[in-house]
Design a protein around this ligand. Structure first.
Ligand code: UT7
Length: 362
């Protein structure tokens, strides 16, 4: 488990002086870094998202496999998903989401210091990174660019890494999560084909001395569950190196149990860190995988289900894009107000989990 510096973790760089414990338990419990004598906070300055136009409903799926709208809605909460057309991919969707986030933040592409892309469905097998492809498309010529692999919690991992980087380079960072799940699933397997959708979400992060923004982070992994969600291929043997990755394979029940534990752990530890109760939190923005996972978590923790923002009915599970798509939707609907405290909570293949507490400052 990696905790934010000051919560028992290790300083990434000695010169990036971390606030003392009494301080960050002080102002809204925010965690910040200092630059000279100034305290620096990392804020979400803009959000954007993009989904393909094409929609596939549960009834459409019922014509392809032995399933029904009733089964899918009652077991997952999903009613439809967006699916890419032939000319769309992780970079086209990710670039569109990024453009919208930049416009929202009022930041020009040239001002971006780093582009981090999280995707389980990159344009190319390993290189060039989708981040580099998008950097070229955006004209973000001053930005470093790299991809990160952390499956569905990729966005939360991305925020955590970005915040660390912004201690040593003050320029804004773009975190883009973009997923084309429809090209990884077996459309004749009813166990998985109803669960996923395509889409992208992005945020622009900016440092400032104004308190708020990204607070407590909690990321972790359990590699003993590595095969619970996997795709073949990869270069681990001569044989697999020549194989196509094949379809997504998943032990749904094992992932379900891990997911409920992860949600409970992230929410409990976030509240505990600040000595908050659920009343101090405006929204929990969960990874959108299954409404039954949220219901099961709610039974174990003292947080009402109304605090969870859910849009899985319209987008299904878009892996790492699900939280930034939800966040952008909430922002555009005017549901987020200055000072609102949010908890992002995610789990996924690896197995990995990640959470972050955000004080909304836009
Ligand atoms: O981002 C992380 C991604 N993964 C997840 O979040 C997955 C977490 N797991 C889940 O969401 C649930 O485990 C599933 C939705 C995948 C499955 O729900 P479940 O209640 O755990 O169902 P199950 O796997 O126990 O299957 C129950 C039955 C099976 O039939 P039999 O063997 O009892 O006759 C399945 O074949 O439901 C059947 N089934 C379906 N029936 C109609 C599975 N999928 C379907 C379907 N339509 N689409």
């Amino acid at each position: 488990m990696v905790r934010t510096p000051g919560v028992g973790g290790v300083l990434p760089r000695t010169e990036a002086l971390v606030c003392t414990l009494p301080y960050f338990l002080g102002y809204y419990g925010q965690i910040c870094f200092t630059k000279g004598k100034q305290k620096v906070y990392t804020h979400i300055a803009g959000t954007g998202s993009a989904v393909p136009q094409r929609v596939l409903t549960n009834d459409d799926l019922a014509k392809m496999v032995d399933t029904s709208d009733e089964w899918i809605v009652s077991h997952t909460g999903i009613r439809q998903r967006h699916v890419v057309g032939p000319d769309e991919n992780a970079s086209t969707l990710g670039c569109e989401a990024a453009r919208r986030a930049l416009a929202d933040a009022g930041v020009a592409p040239e001002e971006i210091g780093t582009i981090i892309v999280t995707s389980t469905t990159p344009d190319y097998a390993i290189y060039p990174s989708t981040a580099c492809v998008i950097q070229g498309m955006l004209g973000a010529k001053n930005a470093a660019a790299f991809d990160m692999s952390a499956a569905c919690p990729g966005f939360v991992y991305g925020l955590t890494v970005a915040k660390g980087l912004m201690q040593i380079d003050d320029r804004p960072i773009l975190v883009i999560s973009t997923e084309i799940m429809s090209r990884t699933i077996n459309w004749s397997d009813r166990n998985t084909c109803c669960l996923f959708g395509d889409g992208a979400g992005a945020v622009v992060l900016k440092n400032s001395e104004v308190p708020g923004g990204l607070g407590f982070h909690l990321i972790g992994a359990d590699g003993t569950g590595a095969m619970a969600i996997h795709r073949e291929g990869g270069v681990r043997t001569e044989e697999t190196a020549r194989q196509a990755p094949g379809d997504l394979k998943m032990d749904g029940r094992a992932v379900f149990n891990f997911a409920v534990r992860s949600f409970c752990d992230i929410i409990a530890k976030s509240l505990e860190h600040y000595h908050y109760t659920e009343k101090d939190i405006a929204w929990i923005v969960p990874h959108q995988a299954n409404t039954r996972i949220i219901d099961a978590a709610v039974k174990r923790i003292n947080v009402p289900v109304e605090k969870f923002y859910v849009n899985i009915d319209r987008f299904a599970n878009t892996s790492s894009a699900s939280i930034p798509i939800a966040l952008d939707e909430m922002a555009k609907k005017g549901m987020l107000h200055r000072g609102d405290r949010l908890i992002f909570a995610a789990f996924g293949a690896g197995l990995v989990y990640g959470g972050v507490v955000v004080e909304w400052t836009k």
